[in-house]
Design a protein around this ligand. Structure first.
Ligand code: XIL
Length: 372
């Protein structure tokens, strides 16, 4: 009964479609057996080349599925809370905070010796309404500072890396390529500098990252996004802003063609030359509406992942690779933007059977040709 109420709470918040499917077949999920033996665990494959493998992890996975918990523990060295560390989740109203879900995920990580990625501090989609209003009305940076001070030290023992600013680039908003968000409105472009300085104060030991999407394909838009990201990084570095690295979300998308090798390589080379770290933070693959067989679709997803991984793993400063979930059952791609509800863009299918994408990741880490 308690679990049911908890799940209904989440459903009311954001997860209606995926959730009801989950509740209907939760028992079925627990019963599924492995069809093939696992290869080497992804965390071990990644560890063999000094990288960390992790996955997004939600309170739904934590509370509703022993399978999700077990697979996460086996495969991952780190977990990224998919929702629970976002500002609107932690501070739903001006006078209240709610760390229940974030603490539960953090304790799961602590108990099992996992690291947790700090995702994410400033994100235009994660600002609680009350904070947005306060920023607009008062333009007081203390609103941001108190939030950083409340959340960063709390998880200081298990979070090594924070996404301090998420999705700061947007084409068509401003000549400098920055997104016009609530922070820009209140403080101007230097909100990014201040965010990093404030984060450094709140968690002096943590690595501080800028996390960005839309950098993988050959198009005018993504080319401009790559360029504007590099320009932003150059400006930050030239002002001595304490930024340690860049998170590449890597939401790949088969509708956009194949990943653009030269563009990605050039981006990573330039980031590397600025002596910044790199993390792949949210890897998954959105399928095209190809209409092909399951095998063909899974192969296309795996091939795209392998192409991407083979580029990024050339860079030793790519310290971690995180997929945005493990099983298609819990993938945001299944309810995002009216996308295909049977999207198969994660390593395991919705019955936790391994897919070619899982083998592609393992093979990329181990530096072998994929054999599936
Ligand atoms: C997404 C979650 O997966 C969804 O469940 C939620 O409704 C919205 O946020 N880029 C990010 C992530 O940085 O935080 C987003 O996560 C996906 C896009």
């Amino acid at each position: 009964m308690r679990r049911r109420r908890f799940l209904q709470g989440i459903a009311a918040a954001t997860f209606q479609p995926a959730l009801s499917a989950c509740m209907r077949s939760a028992r079925e999920e627990e019963q599924v057996e492995d069809e093939e033996p696992e290869g080497i665990a992804l965390q071990l494959a990644a560890g063999s080349i000094n990288r960390m493998y992790g996955s997004a992890f939600s309170e739904m996975m934590l509370n509703a599925s022993s399978r999700a918990r077990a697979m996460t523990l086996t495969q991952c060295a780190s977990i990224t809370p998919e929702w629970s560390l976002k500002w609107d989740r932690l501070a739903p109203s001006a006078n209240s905070t709610d760390f229940t879900a974030a603490d539960a995920i953090a304790n799961f990580a602590r108990t099992h010796g996992k690291r947790m990625r700090g995702h994410t501090l400033l994100w235009h989609q994660g600002v609680p309404t009350w904070a947005g209003e306060q920023l607009q009305n008062t333009r007081e940076w203390d609103v941001v500072r108190s939030y950083f001070n409340a959340v960063m030290p709390r998880y200081g023992d298990i979070v090594d890396e924070w996404d301090v600013v998420n999705e700061a680039i947007e084409i068509g908003h401003r000549p400098d390529g920055l997104r016009h968000n609530q922070f820009m409105e209140a403080f101007g472009p230097e909100y990014i500098d201040w965010a990093f300085w404030t984060a450094r104060d709140a968690a002096p030991q943590a690595r501080l990252y800028l996390n960005e999407y839309g950098l993988e394909y050959f198009s005018a838009e993504e080319g401009a996004r790559r360029l504007n990201l590099l320009r932003l990084l150059e400006r930050l570095k030239s002002r001595g802003v304490p930024i340690d690295g860049v998170g590449l979300q890597a939401h790949l998308d088969l509708r956009k063609g194949k990943v653009y090798r030269e563009g990605i390589y050039g981006l990573l080379r330039d980031i590397t030359n600025m002596e910044l770290g790199i993390s792949v933070t949210e890897l998954d693959v959105r399928e095209a509406d190809s209409g092909g067989s399951l095998e063909a679709r899974d192969r296309a997803v795996a091939d795209e992942v392998r192409r991407y991984m083979d580029i990024v793993l050339q860079f030793p400063n790519v310290g971690s690779v995180t997929t945005w979930g493990l099983s298609d059952r819990y993938s945001w791609l299944r309810y995002k933007d009216g996308g295909r509800r049977d999207n198969r863009g994660l390593p395991y299918d919705d019955k936790w059977r391994r897919k070619p994408m899982r083998s592609a990741l393992e093979a990329a880490f181990l530096g072998q040709q994929s054999t599936t």
